[in-house]
Structures are given as structure tokens and as C-alpha cells.
Design a protein around this ligand. Structure first.
Ligand code: RIB
Length: 298
């Protein structure tokens, strides 16, 4: 099962606090952790832990964070030949997590913005065997748009996780096979807070399948023919960081394994739920066995 991820790689600086800070406030954190993250890299690692053969295209600085992040991806058996090293500092994110598991994330894009479409075109050979390519929105929009256009002309299937929320060009929608917004992202893209109506707007723009993630309420798959609801899994959440990234990887893997949509949503919900039970991004991504265990237990 071969997939590729084109996206961001960050070092997350995670501060555990009793409550999230207010404007102008200084807070003392209870714990600090440095954890590999970045939506693209999280999706790549999640997919690898769930059993996929993953190639990642992205960029890292030539700094210490860059070395560490690259090593981490290699340890997960991800093909990193498409990772550019540049003079720009590696991407990083400052994350605060409160005692209820809520977070705030501020990303410094750094080297992630050196991922250009010409870098992607240069590395197309690495993507030859990948059936599906996953994108998020932490690399330049132009790169996302032009790369998707090029990959579509090579009959690749595209999953776009529109996070962080940004407007998309109307020309992009018909090239997307699956789009996976959360409720906030869907509202921004569609202009309505009504989930079903919002999804129908994206379908009308040309996307084939909309999958809306609803946090602890699970997820919904909406296409022109039907609406399917995934089963939510109850867990003790300590940090929601990377739950969405895990969800995306798990959804794609389940669909590639020919699980039906309902079973794929359940598998992805279980994987996403597990990612909330541990602190940090890549430190929280579950293995396939953990996901199957949770599904069996529930
Ligand atoms: O989705 C979580 C990720 O968002 C974090 O790992 C952080 O790096 C940001 O990219």
C-alpha cells in the first residue's frame, strides 16, 4: 500500500499549562516537551505506523531541528529522498495544552515555505508508485495547487486535508477526490455552519467525497449519493494535537484496504481518538494493533 505525503514538517515545542493563557498574560508551564510534528509529517508517520509504505516530500533547515526531524522520519521507514534541506530554519510550532486537553498552536513555517512546485516536479519520480497523495495547507498554496494539477494529470488520487483553514481556489475542487475539513474549516470553505449544506456546496464545486471530522462526536462522510456516520470512540483525552492528522492517514489506509466507507470512518475515528490519549504529535500516533484493540474493545 503506497502513499505519498506532500507537506509540512515542524518541531513542536509543547508547554503543558493548567489553563490556556489570556491576552497579555504570562503563565508558568508545568512541563515542556520537544516533539516532532507538522501536519504533513504527522500524517506520514501515522500512515507508516498503520502499515503503509510512505514517501514524504517537504523541506527542512540545515539546523539541529532539521537533523532530528529527518532522523525521526527515517526511523519510521519513510522514504525521505524528497526532503529538501535549505538555509531557512526548520518549521516549528509553539503549542500550549491545558489540563482538559485543549490546545493553541502557533506555527512558524520556516523551511516549509521552501517547498515549491518545481521541487515537487523534480521529485515526481519518487511518487510514481503512490496511488494516493495527501496534502494539507502548511506549505505554499501555489505549491499545493500546481502540484495537485500536475499529479491529477498523472491519474493520482488526491486527499486534501484543508488545515489550517484557508480559502481554496474554485479550480482546485474538481481535482480533489476526498476533502477532510473539520467543522470550522468546512464553515470557512462553504460559508455556512450547517454541516450537510456546507458539504453539498463543496460537492457542487466538484469534490467527489467530503468527510467532516467532528472531534469527539466522530465523523461524517457525505457525497452526492449518501451520508454515512462513523462511530465515535470514548477515550480519556489529554491532548488533541495531531488527532486530525492521524484521522486522515487512517481513513485513507482503510479505504485503500477496500474497507467500506462506514468501516473506514470507524477505523479513522478510533485512530484519531487514540492520538488524543497521549501528549504531543508524533509521540501520540497509534500503531495498527492499538487501533484494532480499541475497535475490538468498544
Ligand atoms: O496538526 C498538529 C500539527 O499542527 C502540529 O504538530 C504542529 O506542528 C502543526 O503543524
Amino acid at each position: 500500500m503506497k502513499i505519498a505525503v506532500i507537506g509540512s514538517i515542524n518541531m513542536d515545542l509543547v508547554l503543558q499549562v493548567q489553563r490556556l493563557p489570556q491576552k497579555g498574560e504570562t503563565l508558568l508551564a508545568d512541563h515542556f516537551k520537544k516533539v516532532p510534528g507538522g501536519k504533513g509529517a504527522n500524517q506520514a508517520v501515522a500512515a507508516a505506523r498503520l502499515g503503509a509504505d510512505v514517501t514524504m516530500l517537504g523541506a527542512l533547515g540545515t539546523d539541529g531541528f532539521g537533523d532530528e526531524l529527518l532522523e525521526g522520519l527515517k526511523k519510521e521507514r519513510i522514504n525521505t529522498d524528497g526532503i529538501l534541506r535549505t538555509e531557512t530554519p526548520s518549521g516549528n510550532a509553539v503549542i500550549t495544552v491545558d489540563e482538559q486537553g485543549n490546545n493553541t498552536i502557533v506555527v512558524f513555517s520556516g523551511a516549509n515555505f521552501d517547498v515549491t512546485e518545481s521541487w515537487v516536479y523534480d521529485k515526481l519520480e519518487l511518487l510514481q508508485e503512490a496511488e494516493w497523495i495527501m496534502f494539507q495547507l502548511e506549505t505554499p498554496m501555489e505549491t499545493v495547487e500546481k502540484s495537485i494539477q500536475r499529479l491529477k494529470s498523472q491519474d493520482k488520487k488526491i486527499l486534501l486535508n484543508p488545515a489550517p483553514a484557508k480559502d481554496l481556489a474554485d479550480t482546485l475542487y474538481p481535482m480533489i477526490d476526498i476533502i477532510t475539513p473539520n467543522e470550522t474549516e468546512l464553515a470557512l470553505l462553504s460559508g455556512t455552519e450547517d454541516i450537510e449544506a456546507g458539504a453539498r456546496i463543496l460537492l457542487k464545486k466538484g469534490v467527489r467525497q467530503v468527510v467532516v471530522t467532528l472531534g469527539e462526536k466522530g465523523s461524517l462522510a457525505i457525497n452526492k449519493e449518501q451520508i454515512i456516520e462513523g462511530k465515535p470512540y470514548q477515550v480519556k483525552a489529554v491532548d488533541t494535537t495531531a488527532a486530525g492528522d492521524t484521522y486522515n492517514a487512517a481513513l485513507l489506509i482503510a479505504l485503500m484496504e477496500d474497507k467500506g466507507m462506514k468501516e473506514s470512518l470507524d477505523f479513522a475515528n478510533a485512530a484519531g481518538a487514540l492520538a488524543t490519549t497521549r501528549i504531543g504529535a508524533q509521540s501520540s500516533l497509534p500503531t495498527r494493533n492499538e487501533v484494532l484493540e480499541l475497535i475490538k474493545k468498544d
